[in-house]
Design a protein around this ligand. Structure first.
Ligand code: PLP
Length: 389
């Protein structure tokens, strides 16, 4: 059967429930199985659950969570997905499962929490992280050694919005027999990284996928053998996504293509407005021709994302702007229906040293805007007034 379009598949994400009554009627919406346990009619059926052939306990598997996993696997074009209690748990599971006992090449432009995880906990758990400018494939190639087990990048990086050359990295990873782990949190449904050679795609579903700022969740997608490894890690660490969050994430998924399309369009408009305003030293948006990865983004992504970073002259100017916004909310995260503004040196990248921040281009004047679904004119007016005076 012909594969239907992304928006159609998203609108039907999760499906409905099993037949309920004599007419075959069923819940049109996804049922929420808010249960820790599953019970059995007899010992033979309990034995089947213990053998892994049936539901046993929601830390192992739950039907609502599985519906979310199937929907994400479908959107990413992967065989199987494994859902987690947070994006960080998903990043940890993928990196620990695929690079333990070896080296992990880590992009220098990454969410600060991921950098901190691998820099601080990696070596204690048998992973040697080495930081590389992942958007320069030749630098990645030069950094590979026989001990390298995996490479970790973000499709659009946090907060510098760098876009690595995924097809080239995918080919390099295949050639050298290492795993390529791609965090696509900033580009949900803008790219299918597995088709470009990623071994595993990771998302923080707390962001665009949930979309409403009401869950903390994560997910990994890949082939069955790799996901089986990641699922074992999840089961034993207990970093599982809860069924209520899975249900909310499925609801979020249904509008994801529509939200992201509108958010990307508004982000492009706000980026262009910011570029005309006095005191804005630099606008960082992959949709603009002055972005270093503009051409690559145009080839790889269906749209340049809905995150806009920009630099004001210094820390005090950034803090003043932060204090003055009225429509945009001051908050740490991103990807929800409301626009959110963060100051990366004070929030997402606070745990990095001043030297690391400088090396990764995160200046004190840097702000990161997650563009939401408000009327674009109101957002435009908000950034104008926050910069005036
Ligand atoms: N990956 C990226 C790119 C992020 O921006 C974040 C959070 O900001 C995470 C992973 C971690 O996700 P969570 O907050 O759901 O643990």
């Amino acid at each position: 059967m012909k594969k239907r379009g992304l928006a159609t598949r998203a609108a039907h994400a999760g499906g409905g429930g099993p037949p309920l009554g004599p007419a075959g009627e069923r819940s049109h919406n996804l049922p929420l199985y808010l249960t820790s346990n599953f019970s059995y009619p007899d010992s033979a059926s309990a034995d089947r659950a213990a053998e892994g052939e049936a539901y046993l306990y929601s830390r192992h598997a739950n039907p609502t969570t599985e519906a979310f996993e199937r929907a994400i696997a479908d959107l990413e074009g992967g065989e199987m997905a494994v859902a987690f209690g947070s994006g960080m748990a998903a990043v940890a599971a993928a990196t620990f499962a695929l690079s333990a006992g070896g080296e992990l090449l880590v992009s220098e432009s990454l969410y600060g929490g991921s950098t901190e995880l691998l820099r601080d906990l990696g070596p204690r758990h048998g992973i040697t992280p080495r930081f590389v400018p992942a958007w320069e494939t030749e630098r990645v190639r030069a950094a590979l050694t026989p001990a390298t087990k995996a490479i970790l990048v973000e499709t659009i990086s946090n907060p510098m919005l760098r876009i690595p050359d995924l097809p080239a990295l995918g080919a390099l990873a295949r050639e050298r027999g290492v795993a390529l782990i791609v965090d696509s949190t900033f580009a949900p449904c803008l790219i299918q990284a597995l088709a470009h050679g990623a071994t595993v795609v990771v998302h923080s579903a707390s962001k665009y996928i949930g979309g409403h700022g009401d869950i903390i969740a994560g997910v990994t997608v890949g082939d069955r053998p790799t996901m089986a490894q990641v699922a074992t890690f999840r089961k034993l660490v207990g970093a599982v996504m809860d069924p209520l969050s899975a249900w909310l994430a499925v609801r979020g998924l249904r509008t994801l293509p529509l939200r992201i399309e509108r958010q990307c369009a508004t982000a492009a408009r706000i980026a262009d407005v910011l570029a005309t305003l006095p005191n804005v030293k630099k606008v960082i948006y992959p949709g603009r021709t002055d972005h270093p990865d503009h051409a690559r983004g145009k080839t790889l992504l269906t749209a340049p994302g809905a995150m806009v970073s920009f630099e004001l002259p210094d820390g005090p100017a950034a803090r003043r702007f932060f204090d003055r916004v009225q429509v945009i909310a001051r908050a740490a995260s991103l990807g929800e229906v409301a626009s959110l503004l963060t100051h990366p040196p004070s929030f997402s990248h606070k745990a990095l040293s001043a030297e690391e921040r400088a090396r990764f281009g995160i200046t004190d004047g840097l702000l990161r805007l997650s563009v939401g679904l408000e009327d674009p004119a109101d957002l435009e007016e908000d950034v104008r007034q926050a910069l005036a005076s």
